[in-house]
Design a protein around this ligand. Sequence first.
Ligand code: GN1
Ligand code: CA
Ligand code: CA
Length: 125
Amino acid sequence: NALILKNIRSIGKKMFVSTGNQDTFENGKSLCARAGSTLASPRNDAENTALKDLVRPARQAHIGISDAQTEGRFVYLSGGAVTYSNWNTGEPNNQKNEDCVVIYESGKWNDVDCSKTQALIICEF
Ligand code: GN1
Ligand code: CA
Ligand code: CA
């Protein structure tokens, strides 16, 4: 019903499911893993658009990419170099060492501090 479906967007074979809760990147990562999934990782414009529709009512949502291993080289949590991106102007800027990434309601991305940033947890299936 609508109460549940408002937290879900299907795009192609992929489904994004919002937990409705904000938490750190690490907690989001383990929450999605426990559900047998991974943090939302949009791979093209259509997926990015579907994902951004779930960001409200939060300011931002985590996405499943990071450059923690090698600065400046963003990879998917599942491995492999990022092939699609939608960075906000001037991002990624690694300001004070930012290795995680959030998506805003605009659909644009920003690199942020992994441990300090609270953002909506959205998993993909
Ligand atoms: C934010 O704190 P401030 O405004 O300098 C953002 C950075 C962005 C920057 C863009 C915690 O930094 O990731 O690169 O704006 N930090 C946070 O101007 O959201
Ligand atoms: Ca970085
Ligand atoms: Ca940044």
